[in-house]
Design a protein around this ligand. Sequence first.
Ligand code: KG4
Ligand code: ZN
Length: 343
Amino acid sequence: MNVLGIESSCDETGVALVQVTGGAVPRLRAQALHSQIDMHQAYGGVVPELASRDHIRRVLPLTREVLAQAGCTLDEIDLVAFTRGPGLAGALLVGAGVACALAAALGKPTLGVHHLEGHLLSPFLSADPPEFPFVALLVSGGHTQLMRVDDVGRYELLGETIDDAAGEAFDKSAKLMGLGYPGGPALARLAEQGRADAFALPRPLLHTGNLDFSFAGLKTAVMTQFKRLPEPVQPAQLADLAASTQAAIVEVLVRKAMAAVRASGLKRLVIAGGVGANAELRRQLNRACEKAGVRVHYPELSLCTDNGAMIALAAAMRVQRGRATPTQDYAFDVRPRWDLAAA
Ligand code: KG4
Ligand code: ZN
């Protein structure tokens, strides 16, 4: 079975083709991606209307590119999957509309996928795929959650952020330090040259005993430290502040993830979402997991941030396990806000 996946929930248009053979982990046949970062950069963040229009421009050329790469014809597609939510309503509608129109024209079924389920399952496309059950740390631009994952579609929320997501903490700190959008990767790059203990920044909710996160206060603390820097700001001091900020975010993520693993009694941890690309987070998690005898799995770096492969994969894995019923009525809707546990 060939599953075409279309992702358009935010600022990346992603299309991919995944092949399912029996019960084996689906195989990625081809993928193509267009990032809108350059377009939104001038505005310091994603402009929803511009995002929707750009998805319209990109989605069909990317689909053609994926089919050409895979040497696959339209007739050979068995299922068209798309991101149904959560995300920007207009942007989601583009992917959903194109997916359903394409499926209708081909007489094939469609399946709407939860964006976070795509992230969560993305490590299955890596060279070292996990096995169920596991604890997942989902760290994207909009979400920070710890989940217990027993199987595809069996997700139990263990804890989540009560305000900003980890990705937002990276992005907002980077923005106020003048590092542009999206700030996460830029802040991480700068942090490599700084000292992580140069500034004392808070580790919010570290000792509460629960698995929730809070990052809004950290951003305020970074702002306060930034404003105290003597003018003109020296590059070395900015690098120190970046390293200290990253260290605060990473420490909280690692400590809470390890607490979740301990509480679950499981020996497997899966990281997913854009912040999962962070090298310092990977270093610290590897260290903590090795010490605790826990296996840790990551998505390939290119599949940490948004992409079509994870959407095709999530649809394929759901169908494989009989946990979704693709439809052929082509009356689609999108869910800008959507709880994963209810998906
Ligand atoms: O998962 P994702 O692509 O989008 C959402 O579903 O939200 O995650 C994007 C987030 C952004 O906040 C971005 O700054 C962050 O992931 N990010 C990083 C890194 N690469 C992406 N944060 C820290 N270090 C990185 N290397
Ligand atoms: Zn995402």
